[in-house]
Ligand binder design. Structure first.
Ligand code: MV4
Length: 444
């Protein structure tokens, strides 16, 4: 491929541009009218305005994006994360236009978008799951029966859900009818699909995910895990690689199971399998068929450029290395810095009067900010990812604290002060947290 269209904005558009640049591939940026002076537009070799500020009319405007690719002669489209990245129809249309979609097949995107189909596929391939219903629940009676089998508390989840939407807990038999009714109603309203399934509710899990790459020649390798337990309202704030609770042997065992499964599936390109981890046990919950926001922590510990690999795979190249060639060095932490009030989380768009990125050994900042840039109110509030890498977790935390103290984002409110507090906290430093830790931390 000689030219790639980047169907995204912000830091991830820059991230993809940088990989292309280093591979000698020219880039086409697309942008809304609100992003005419955005950094991704400035850096790209060419740019096309695809619509008004509303994402619906610009970054989600399939016709405009395909037209932009056609008129600029782009051969491939990288969707980044969010927007059209997990839209199977879009992947199909890209291919139907004779272009390369830099990601998995439309069929695999569709399969993993249906959480019931995803779990069923993983179960058949021998990946451990949370105990629960086999497939969709056909009736309230079936929900009661499965709940008695796996034992309360249970969770009813929407098949079309994910990311925490359309989930209802039933703590006992008195609550199951209400959970069943509300989950189905919400699923229908949110996704136009009222299919639901049931799982035993794990009360204090960690969220641990595994990064994989698969080429079109049958090779699958994993790049270890990320611990993403530090989240608030399903928005991740801090991610680390590796997880503070996992041994190398546990990682190897999980990785072997997952790479075998994905070979069986014929999966291609990048993917992430999400697990809940509790009491030393892994249970698969969902698979993401895109590059993830937190991919840099994996890149830092493995020394791999995941976007470069995605592009090579999409071009039909073989990975060219095996699992034994993937080495894990040191520890990496990512702090997601958003344009939000660090106490109330109210959005804080506006003009950045001064932006100063930290630097030094083991410090990486992925950001589309510059001094004088106005953060538009129309999109996600993520403005910078501070990623640090060091030989040990304790050194990585010290490095994150030092870098956060160097970093300046004036003119808007950001979550930098909250990250300073998290990095200074003894429980965080001990690695002693579950998915519920951060909600309590921000409330105190
Ligand atoms: C769960 C769970 C407990 N038990 N499933 C939330 C988002 C979606 N990806 C799955 N989620 C959960 N599923 C069972 N059987 C708890 C959550 C959950 C969660 C998971 C990962 C990260 C943050 C979370 C926050 C609240 C609930």
């Amino acid at each position: 491929m000689k030219k790639i269209l980047i169907a995204n904005r912000g830091e991830i558009a820059l991230r993809v541009h940088r990989a292309c640049q280093e591979m000698g591939i020219r880039t086409v940026a697309v942008h809304s009218t609100a992003d005419a002076s955005a950094m991704h537009v400035r850096l790209a070799d060419e740019s096309v305005c695809i619509g008004p500020p509303s994402a619906r009319d610009s970054y989600l405007n399939v016709a405009a994006i395909l037209s932009a690719a056609t008129i600029t002669g782009a051969e491939g489209i990288h969707p980044g994360y969010g927007f059209l990245s997990e839209n199977a129809r879009f992947a199909e249309m890209v291919e139907a236009h004779g272009l390369t979609f830099i990601g998995p097949t439309a069929d695999h995107i569709r399969m993993m978008g249906d959480k019931i189909a995803a779990k069923d596929a993983m179960r058949r391939l021998g990946v451990p799951l949370v105990p629960g219903s086999l497939g969709a629940l056909e009736s309230l009676d079936e929900a009661r029966t499965v709940a008695e089998q796996v034992m309360y508390p249970v969770l009813i989840k929407a098949a079309a859900g994910g990311g925490g939407r359309g989930m209802k807990v039933a703590r006992n038999a008195d609550e199951i009818e209400e959970a069943w009714r509300v989950a189905r109603t919400e699923a229908k309203a949110a996704f136009g699909d009222d299919a639901v399934y049931l799982e035993k509710y794990l009360d204090r899990p960690r969220h641990i995910e595994l990064q994989i790459l698969a080429d079109t020649h049958g090779n699958v390798v994993h790049f270890g895990e990320r611990d993403c337990s530090l989240q608030r309202r399903h928005q991740k704030l801090v991610e680390e690689a590796g997880s503070p609770v996992l041994t190398a042997a546990e990682r190897d065992a999980l990785g072997a199971q997952v790479t075998t499964a994905l070979k069986g599936l014929g999966y291609r390109n990048a993917g992430t399998l999400e697990f809940l981890w509790q009491d030393g046990q892994f249970a698969f919950i969902e698979m993401n068929t895109r590059l993830q926001v937190e991919h840099p922590v994996t890149e830092m510990v493995c020394g791999v450029d995941l976007v470069r690999e995605q592009i090579r795979i999409a071009a039909g190249e073989a990975l060219g290395y095996g699992q034994e060639d993937v080495r894990f060095g040191g520890h990496a932490i990512e702090c997601r810095i958003t344009a939000e009030d660090p106490e109330t989380f109210a959005p804080s768009p506006g003009k950045v009067t001064t932006f100063h990125a930290p630097g030094g050994l083991g410090v990486r900042v992925d950001s589309a900010l510059y001094s004088g840039y106005s953060v538009p109110p129309h999109y996600d509030s993520l403005v910078a990812k501070l990623v640090v890498h060091a030989p040990t977790r304790a050194q990585a935390i010290a490095r994150a604290r030092r870098a956060l103290d160097e970093m300046v984002v004036d003119g808007i409110k950001t979550t930098i002060p909250l990250h300073r507090r998290i990095m200074a906290d003894p429980e965080f430093q001990a690695g002693d947290y579950t998915i519920h830790w951060l909600e309590r931390f921000v409330a105190r």
